[in-house]
Design a protein around this ligand. Structure first.
Ligand code: ADP
Ligand code: ZN
Length: 437
């Protein structure tokens, strides 16, 4: 096995990869034609495999949006009789009605293999004990990592979400070496380690963390690595593209290798829908290349990222994307300033005095939109004196103002005071009266 899970696929030359993608694309388009949605659309536009003379011809095909998935819910994208499929997943519905994706046996095997490949790239091995701390059920992080880690050959603990004391007990009982969890949960889990007086290096066998499913900054990753004293690898995926196992960091942590044998990726300007110049940030658009029950063509993820230049020392040739800075629909506008939650997080996480949780509240005060940021102060600092806290508050205000060009109101709160979510963290609460908007 050596350094790779699938050396042939992971280290293909650019021309091999292109040929592979082209072949897979033709298969995908001909499969997609079997679905009511694409079948009708292609017929109307006179599109089909005959249009595909080279990989670039994918641009002749229309993009698919989350709205299309919703409008054709539940069976409009299905290419085969329902009884040939064996599982469905729904997206967690962070931003509206859920959508559904169906899988047949091939799709699930292909997905598990991609997750195994991803874990292997991050340094996990069949000898590891993998504890999957996230919701099982419709959320793809549960079963996605379960079958992926099993495919890798690791002993896999389907721990599920929550109940931190039990999580820690499982780690100690079974010698967990690798944990997958969302980043906002890991910082909370750490405080439970502290409360219990358990020293991670001394009392556990943890050696590697996998974090993903929600946006987080490099500063938050660093913080998690410092707290746990081990590396944390970024995992990216979305239900529409199976779930986890779309793009993953390798041991060098130089961005996320996007598995291009299984997905064709484009980065576009969300306003013009044209490709952005190489290396610029835009919306990630993806085509499944190895899915049968429900292939998607040029799906607009709404996630913002860019392709990173250069080669990775690991030797994998699949292009790397930068960490996701947010979704096109995450951005909010206050007093004419366009702001992404991750800009705020980036600043906050650079303050050692600041704890792990924060909440951005947008409200209308006397007819004017304001941004209020509630920030948990770390335990050691909260007991400190008022002047010190006031000074900290001012510095936070200034640094955020410099970043987002708007003066926020900042309120420092006690550790643990902000609401906790069972699943993905909610960073923005918009209470504005959207008159006329
Ligand atoms: P929902 O869209 O309802 O949240 P999903 O579980 O499919 O349901 O979530 C996928 C989305 O989660 C991605 O489109 C992306 O916005 C976000 N996401 C997943 N992994 C990461 C990551 N590593 N970094 C940032 N965002 C991520
Ligand atoms: Zn690499």
């Amino acid at each position: 096995m050596g350094m790779y899970w699938q050396k042939d696929l992971e280290t293909m030359t650019a021309s091999q990869l292109e040929a592979h993608q082209f072949q897979k694309l033709k298969e995908t388009v001909s499969l997609a034609e079997q679905s009511p949605y694409y079948g009708g659309l292609f017929k109307k536009r006179g599109l089909g495999t005959a249009n595909l003379k080279s990989l670039e011809d994918i641009s002749l095909f229309p993009m698919t949006t989350k709205e299309d998935l919703r409008e054709n819910f539940p069976y409009g994208f299905l290419t085969m009789p329902l009884n040939n499929t064996i599982r469905l997943h729904c997206s967690s519905g962070t931003t509206g009605n859920p959508t559904v994706i169906f899988h047949n046996r091939h799709d699930l095997d292909s997905w598990a293999n991609l997750v195994a490949r991803s874990l292997f790239a991050a340094g996990a091995r069949s000898t590891d004990v993998f504890q999957n701390i996230c919701g099982y059920g419709l959320f793809t992080g549960g079963l996605g990592f379960q079958y992926g880690a099993e495919c890798l050959g690791a002993l896999t603990i389907p721990a599920g979400a929550g109940n931190s004391k039990r999580q820690i007990q499982l780690m100690q009982n079974f010698g967990t070496t690798v944990v997958h969890a969302i980043p906002s949960y890991l910082t909370r889990l750490y405080t439970v380690f502290e409360e219990l007086g358990i020293d991670i290096a001394r009392d556990t066998k943890l050696r590697l963390l996998v974090i993903g499913a929600e946006p987080h900054t490099e500063a938050q990753r660093q913080r998690i690595q410092d707290l746990f004293g081990i590396k944390a690898f970024n995992s990216f995926g979305l239900s529409e593209m199976n779930g986890p196992g779309v793009a993953f960091e390798c041991e060098y942590q130089t961005g996320l290798h996007l598995w291009e044998d299984a997905f064709f990726a484009e980065i576009i300007n969300p306003d013009t829908l044209e490709p952005v110049p190489e290396g610029e940030v835009g919306e990630l658009v993806m085509t499944t290349l190895d899915r049968q029950a429900m292939p998607l063509i040029r799906y607009r993820t709404r996630d913002l990222t860019r392709f990173l230049p250069g080669e990775c020392p690991c030797g994998r040739t699949h292009r790397r994307i930068d960490r996701i800075t947010g979704r096109t629909d995450d951005m909010f506008i206050v007093k004419g300033c366009n702001i992404f939650p991750m800009q705020v997080e980036k600043i906050l996480m650079n303050f050692p005095e600041i704890g792990h949780n924060y909440l951005i509240v947008l409200e209308t005060i006397k007819g004017v939109d304001e941004m209020l940021i509630k920030v948990e102060v770390s335990r050691d600092w909260f007991a400190g004196d008022m002047d010190v806290l006031e000074n900290l508050r001012r510095r936070v205000v200034n640094e955020i103002r410099d970043e987002v060009l708007l003066t926020p109101q900042v309120k420092l709160v006690e550790p643990g005071a902000l609401p906790k979510q069972e699943g993905k963290a909610v960073r923005v609460q918009d209470l504005r009266k959207n008159e006329g908007a």
